[in-house]
Design a protein around this ligand. Structure first.
Ligand code: PRP
Ligand code: URA
Length: 217
């Protein structure tokens, strides 16, 4: 569990503290876990993160008939746009979509330069206007925060004002970057880890989330 001082004041961070989330994350952390088992654990963890993040989604009532009586039913008033950040976020996309089938999906492709640790964008497929739409960014890793800040800036440029970062793991340094960016993002994660190492990897972390899912390319 994170100590309170690891979460910057003013940043809205939800740490999903649940035995099932902790067990899936442990599977992902274990270096012996193969690609297929890693992908399965990430899918299951995504379900829990999305379930928690979506608590605050607006709903609306509409009338239905059960086999017995007329009653009032609930549906999402404004489903979020799901935005997986390629590559690693792809492993969260299907499960998030399964839980919120009404959602549409956009895509952002970024690769972190291993020397500078800065994100290099290579793909962007997003609706022209995001005004009034909640957006869930799906990326298992928040490390320096550079990739997430870049993604949120793309979304803000299209008018998004309600952005949630859904991450398996976050480093304290990445949370500080988000807080200092002033972009007003909410974060839902299963863990705030200890720190980044000299290579910009989260410690204890789980290694390279893209490689752990798809293999090193
Ligand atoms: C990983 C991860 C994030 C980024 C986080 O992707 O999925 O997008 O690093 O690092 P940051 O917070 O320091 O920016 P990577 O760039 O390794 O690409 P991949 O998903 O293709 O493996
Ligand atoms: N990206 C990853 O995939 N893992 C890390 O630990 C940091 C960035």
């Amino acid at each position: 569990m994170p100590a309170p001082h690891e979460i910057p004041a003013g940043l809205d961070v939800t740490v999903v503290d649940h035995p099932l989330a902790a067990s899936r994350l442990s599977t992902m952390r274990d270096a012996r876990t193969d690609n297929a088992a890693f992908r399965a654990a990430l899918r299951e963890l995504t379900l829990m993160l999305i379930y928690e993040a979506s608590r605050t989604l607006a709903t609306e009532k509409h009338p239905i008939h059960t086999p017995v009586a007329r009653t009032s039913a609930i549906r999402l008033a404004n489903p979020p746009l799901l935005v997986p950040v390629l590559r690693a976020g792809l492993g969260m996309a299907d499960q998030a979509h399964a839980l919120i089938p009404e959602s549409q999906m956009g895509f952002v492709g970024l690769a972190r330069d291993e020397e500078t640790l800065l994100p290099t964008p290579y793909m962007e497929s997003l609706p022209e206007s995001l005004a009034g739409r909640p957006v869930y960014v799906l990326d298992p890793m928040l490390a320096t925060g550079g990739s997430m800040v870049h993604t949120i800036e793309l979304l803000k440029a299209r008018g998004a004002t309600d952005v949630t970062a859904i991450c398996a793991l976050a480093a304290p340094e990445g949370l500080v970057t988000l807080a200092e960016s002033g972009l007003g993002v909410r974060v839902v994660t299963a863990s705030v880890d200890e720190r980044l190492n000299d290579s910009g990897y989260i410690v204890p972390g789980l290694g390279d989330a893209g490689d752990r899912q798809f293999g090193a390319v």
